[in-house]
Design a protein around this ligand. Structure first.
Ligand code: SF4
Length: 292
């Protein structure tokens, strides 16, 4: 079995910067302890465990604004690459917490866009994944009643904006480019006046395009990524829907089963932008050993 290593794959610059910031904070003896991350620094269990070894604790399982209340007074808190709402930042300031912001610059750009559009009288239709921290943070830039979330084209029917409302469509950074086009078309057919701001980041686009291109020339694609990683799940989706090839997502080498590859002559491997390279390397080595 031939193993094709798709590039680019794995950590993007936003994730590298967030991990670097967290590690620098952990090394600094002047930073007040304990140190918490508000949510998973990136959606990958291995990355979270790396930080635990540096005595950085991850608060998880709720909205950022709720998790913040678990941070004790005088402690340090790190905001993740997904960004947080202005409400969370203001609350951290008001409580006198020592805050570090690891928000990816591409997410910050989306926050600024929403803030600017709202200031100019627009309401926002945000295309994103329900329950994901990035929409929670970005949508927090708009007042209640001026922003609504849609995930699929079917959700467009439930939007409550009037027909003449000035609207801006803004997307999450890690969506599937192809699915997002469908949702944008559905929104525009209901609200032709809506301006489109496709904010899918370059790292996501390049990983998806490379995966689709490679998938066309192989029998199957393995995506290495956490179940909670939006961009890893989207990689599986674009391989299946756009390239028409089977794809599986695994979190680590232990998840692989040799039976999956019984009739596979050529397999391609990619990884979500939150997957550490050593986890992907182990998967590639396992697949290469299988061909022997
Ligand atoms: S996937 Fe894109 S938006 Fe998210 S951290 Fe990476 S570069 Fe930033």
């Amino acid at each position: 079995m031939e193993v094709v290593k798709i590039t680019p794959r794995g950590y993007c610059y936003g994730v590298v910067d967030a991990m670097t910031m967290a590690k620098q904070v952990a090394k600094d003896p002047n930073v007040p302890r304990p140190i918490f991350v508000l949510g998973q620094i990136v959606h990958n269990r291995h990355a979270v465990e790396d930080l635990e070894h540096l005595d950085i604790r991850t608060l998880d399982g709720g909205r950022r604004v709720e998790l913040l209340e678990q941070v004790p007074d005088g402690a340090t808190v790190i905001f993740t690459a997904h960004g947080v709402s202005p409400e969370v930042k203001a609350r951290a300031r008001a409580r006198g917490l020592n805050a570090f912001d690891a928000t990816c610059p591409d997410v910050t750009k989306t926050h600024s866009l929403i803030e600017e559009k709202v200031a100019h009288g627009y309401s926002i239709i945000y295309i994103g994944t329900k329950g994901h921290p990035e929409p929670e943070g970005a949508m927090g830039e708009a007042p209640v009643g001026r922003v609504e979330l849609v995930t699929t084209a079917d959700d467009v029917a439930s939007l409550t904006f009037g027909p003449d409302t000035p609207l801006a469509i803004v997307t999450q950074t890690t969506l599937s480019q192809w699915d997002t086009e469908d949702v944008i078309r559905a929104v525009q057919s209901r609200y032709p006046q809506a301006e489109v701001h496709n904010e899918i980041c370059l790292a996501t686009q390049l990983r998806q395009e490379a995966a689709v291109q490679a998938a066309r020339d192989v029998d199957m694609v393995v995506v290495v990524g956490d179940r909670r990683s939006n961009n890893s799940n989207r990689l599986v989706e674009v391989v299946e829907k756009v390239a028409g090839k089977p794809a599986v997502r695994v979190e680590q080498v232990e998840d692989l089963e040799s039976a999956w590859f019984a009739n596979v002559e050529k397999v391609a491997v990619t990884a979500g932008s939150s997957t550490p390279s050593q986890v992907t390397r182990a998967v590639i080595h396992w697949l290469e050993a299988l061909k022997a």
